[in-house]
Ligand binder design. Structure first.
Ligand code: SAH
Length: 462
């Protein structure tokens, strides 16, 4: 971030405007709305800066503008010369005004046109009377604190009210009714909140592969309990002041044993917090979400499961491998290569039948046993197979080979990167035009590319 955003209180303070014309008028308007006293001049004089909180110049002679910039900066007064980045000590954002809600947008000076486009999107997304709703909540602030001294209880109450009837009324312009509905809700609010745990699928990594429900819950969470597979991009979507607890798990290197994670979730909920247990992909696909849900049920904690895009779907989509395909694959199986005792306990006879797709999670470490089991059960070693790293992150890498060469393919997998094994006829089928080639999805060069060394290694075992 090149510029630090902040909101200035200019009420009753003086702002200097140097210049005469349209550009300076456009700056005068928001300053006046913020309650600043405007001091106007067409020629610069150092005395003009006395008592000034902020100065803006435009539509004036070059030497006047330079003098203003230099003098203001020497005196520590924030100064902006319109369209002259090198003479500015601050930049003016594009503004969405829903007073008292203000959204300021900056591209750091890189692309003001883009800032205007972003502003239009935000303008369209925010109801016109959003400010009235914020003002309503503001009027109740003191009463709310008195009635609900507990922060979590207050937040829970506001989450309900700001998405409920009082908000509907305020946004519809029915101010008096909104006021009454707010007061009525406050009377019935429970002082001691009951905690809830949401087991939320974070998807494979890209923030825009979150579900809308996951996004909303992330915005409302008091605490976020997450593990290693959850990307920074997804965590950035969470409420800024939500507490974050990392319980990172790595295969064979569990930072926090599952029983302790379960106990933690129960404890946080009993403290009355709104807990989001964020899990990579889908919580119920090899995520031990089932165990957590059971522990919560046994402890009598209200909980809800929110599905996410699981790795197999993300890997398939990003590398253009259809998991099922007419004639070629009529079913798809999600299996795990994770073992407790080093032995792969899979139904190889069932998994080896042709005409189906197999997606193996945590399969790289035990790839040899998977290959041997499938081949021994009759699967053709020439069956196409691939390993996909980082699927659904926008940086997927696809390593191609065959069932027989999977051991060799796996050697190309980078350490510490999540990778999924796909086996089946569909892997060999490439759509006539891959999405990236059609210009539909921007992807790095490595995504979806055949690895020349590993592709088509034949059927020999690695
Ligand atoms: N609940 C998760 C899976 C957790 S098990 C889900 O639904 O996706 C962890 C395994 O998932 C990893 O070892 C890897 O095999 C797979 N995995 C998770 N994220 C992945 C990704 N972005 N790309 C490829 N494989 C991934």
């Amino acid at each position: 971030m090149r510029h630090f955003p902040a909101f200035l209180d200019l009420a009753g303070r003086t702002a200097l405007l140097l210049g005469e014309g349209e550009a300076i008028e456009r700056k005068a308007q928001p300053l006046a709305r913020a309650g600043a006293a405007l001091r106007r001049a067409t020629r610069f004089d150092p005395a003009l800066l006395d008592g000034v909180a902020l100065a803006i110049g435009a539509d004036a002679a070059e030497d006047e503008l330079r003098a203003l910039s230099a003098a203001a900066q020497a005196r520590g007064i924030p100064v902006n010369i319109v369209d002259r980045a090198e003479l500015c000590s601050f930049i003016m954002p594009a503004i969405v005004d829903r007073d008292p809600i203000t959204v300021a947008i900056s591209t750091g000076g890189a692309a003001p046109t883009l800032a205007r486009m972003v502003r239009q999107k935000i303008e369209a997304a925010l109801p016109p009377r959003l400010g009235a709703l914020a003002a309503l909540a503001g009027r109740f602030q003191a009463r709310l604190r008195a009635a609900l001294p507990d922060v979590a209880a207050r937040r829970r109450f506001l989450d309900g009210v700001l998405a409920g009837r009082p908000a509907e009324l305020a946004l519809a312009g029915r101010a008096a009714e909104a006021e009454a509905a707010f007061a009525q809700a406050l009377e019935g609010a429970p002082a001691a909140p009951v905690g809830t745990v949401f087991l939320v699928g974070a998807g494979p990594g890209a923030a825009d592969l979150l579900t809308l429900r996951a996004l909303r819950l992330l915005g409302e969470a008091d605490v976020i309990v997450h593990d290693r597979l959850v990307s920074g991009a997804v965590l950035d979507m969470a409420r800024r002041d939500a507490a974050r607890i990392f319980v990172g798990k790595e295969r064979a290197n569990h930072c926090l044993p599952q029983a302790e994670i379960n106990a933690l979730l129960v404890r946080l909920a009993r403290e009355g917090r709104r807990v989001v247990r964020l899990k990579g992909g889908d919580p119920f696909v090899f995520g031990r979400g089932g165990e957590e849900a059971q522990a919560l049920a046994e402890a009598g904690i209200p909980h809800e499961v929110v599905p996410g895009v699981t790795a197999a779907l993300a890997c398939a989509a990003e590398t253009g491998i259809p998991l099922t395909h007419r004639e070629v694959a009529r079913s798809v199986t999600f299996a795990t290569g994770h073992t407790r005792d080093g032995r792969l306990d899979l139904d190889f006879a069932a998994l080896a039948r042709p005409g189906q797709t197999l997606a193996v999670y945590m399969g790289v470490a035990t790839i040899g046993a998977l290959r041997d089991g499938l081949v021994a059960a009759g699967r053709d070693p020439a069956t196409p197979a691939a390993i996909v790293e980082n699927g659904g992150t926008g940086e997927a890498r696809r390593l191609d080979g065959t069932l027989g060469s999977l051991g060799l393919v796996a050697k190309g997998v980078r350490a510490g990167v999540p990778a999924l094994v796909l086996v089946g006829e569909v892997v060999g089928r490439r759509p006539p035009t891959a999405p990236a080639e059609a210009g539909l999805a921007p992807r790095p060069a490595s995504a979806g590319r055949q690895e020349p060394v590993l592709a088509g290694q034949g059927s020999g075992r690695a």
